[in-house]
Design a binder for this molecule. Structure first.
Ligand code: HEM
Length: 115
C-alpha cells in the first residue's frame, strides 16, 4: 500500500482520538462513557497500526529511538479518556498530560532526535 494512505490514516485517527479525548474531559457523563471508549479505542488502534505501517514502508522496519518515545506518548494519551471518566476531578491535570504527550510526539516526528 502507498505510504501516503498510512499518513492520512495516522493523522485522521489522531484527530479523532484527540477530539474524543478532550470531549471526555469537557463532559465526562457516565452515559457517554461507552461510546467514547469505543471510539477512542478504535482510533488509538488505527494510530498504532498506521504508525507501524509507516515504520515498515518508510523505514524498512528499522526501529529508531524517536519511534519508541512516540509509542510511550501514544500509550499515555490513549489512557486519558478512560481515566477522565473514573477520576473527573483530575481532568485539568489529564489535559496537561495530554498536551505534553502530543507535543513530545510531534517534536519526535518532526525533529527526529538521534539519541
Ligand atoms: C500521540 C501519538 C502520536 C502523534 C501525535 C503522532 C503524530 C505524527 C505526525 C503529525 C506525523 C507526520 C505525518 C506526516 O507528515 O505525514 C507522524 C508520522 C509518523 N508516525 Fe506518528 N504519531 C503518534 C504515534 C505514533 C506511533 C505509536 C507510531 C509507531 C511507531 C508512530 C510512527 C510514525 C511514523 C513512522 C511516521 C512517519 C515519519 C516520517 O514521515 O518520517 N507514530 N506521526
Amino acid at each position: 500500500m502507498n505510504p501516503v494512505y498510512y499518513q492520512i490514516l495516522h493523522v485522521f485517527a489522531l484527530l479523532v482520538l484527540t477530539a474524543q479525548t478532550f470531549g471526555a474531559f469537557a463532559n465526562p457523563l457516565p452515559e457517554n462513557r461507552r461510546q467514547t471508549l469505543v471510539i477512542t479505542g478504535i482510533a488509538s488502534l488505527l494510530v498504532l497500526v498506521s504508525g507501524f505501517g509507516m515504520v515498515s514502508k518508510l523505514y524498512g522496519n528499522h526501529f529508531q529511538a524517536w519511534m519508541v518515545v512516540k509509542m510511550v506518548c501514544w500509550l499515555a494519551f490513549s489512557a486519558l479518556a478512560g481515566i477522565a471518566y473514573r477520576r473527573p476531578a483530575l481532568r485539568g491535570t489529564l489535559a496537561l498530560v495530554g498536551f505534553g504527550a502530543l507535543l513530545l510526539a510531534l517534536v519526535m516526528v518532526y525533529a527526529k532526535p538521534q539519541f
